[in-house]
Design a protein around this ligand. Structure first.
Ligand code: PLP
Length: 220
């Protein structure tokens, strides 16, 4: 199956309000360019080094999404260009992003990552930790970052009921914090959930952003 056909099929299967982030990690720039030539502009990478290497050889109008775990000491390398950081899982990291964004005279959009999966290996805040972070108004003083929503990854399992329940829990948490902390903020509106194997379920449960890799580029 070609990248063109894969992209077409996926785009046809997702509703207009849902953004498709093409996850290009481990794939060479030539394949990214192929997707680009078929109209794709938003790409996701999960490693800073790989991302910064690709940025310099690919077109300027690509929107780069950092979807992986991000270490504070590496924020400076992506701050000049990154379009959205999906995996913000601590206030400390948010503060570092704000500081580095300021140096570049940018405002960087961020999603807070929530731990919804059963596996202990996946990063993210618990519901309680999320409330803890937002309850304290300190984050509102950070002028160079904007929290525009939540991100989560479901358990890696064939069991669709588990996956669906986890996506439901993320949507519920989103609705809760939207009402409590972002009721006057129309910018808080994204739920990044869904990958190649589960994006259809994620969309049914309220996803606004799906991160799809292997269904576009093939197996890694
Ligand atoms: C790799 C990755 C994806 C895409 O996974 P596929 O199963 O290839 O679609 C999505 N989100 C994150 C955070 C990833 O690391």
């Amino acid at each position: 199956m070609s990248i063109k056909t894969n992209l077409q099929r996926i785009k046809e299967s997702i509703p207009g309000g849902v953004n498709l982030i093409a996850v290009s990690k481990t794939h060479p720039p030539e394949l990214i360019l192929e997707a680009y030539h078929h109209g794709q502009r938003q790409f996701g990478e999960n490693k800073v080094q790989e991302l910064t290497a690709k940025v310099v050889v690919l077109p300027d109008d690509i929107e780069w999404h950092m979807i992986g775990h991000l270490q504070s000491n590496k924020v400076k390398y992506i701050a000049p260009f990154v379009s959205l950081i999906h995996g913000v899982d601590s206030y400390k990291l948010l503060k570092v992003i704000d500081k580095e964004a300021k140096k570049c005279h940018r405002n960087i959009k961020c999603l807070l990552q929530i731990h919804i999966a059963k596996e202990s290996t996946k990063f993210g805040l618990s519901g309680d930790e999320l409330h803890e972070l937002l309850k304290n108004d300190e984050w509102r003083t950070l002028s160079n970052v904007q929290i525009i929503g939540l991100m989560g990854m479901a358990t890696f399992t064939e069991n669709q009921d588990i996956v669906r329940a986890e996506f439901k829990s993320l949507k519920q948490l989103y609705d809760e914090v939207k009402e409590q902390y972002f009721s006057n903020d129309s910018g808080f509106r994204e739920i990044s959930m869904g990958m190649s194997d589960d994006y259809r379920i994620a969309i049914e449960e309220g996803s606004t952003m799906v991160r799809v890799g292997s269904a576009i580029f093939g197996e890694r």
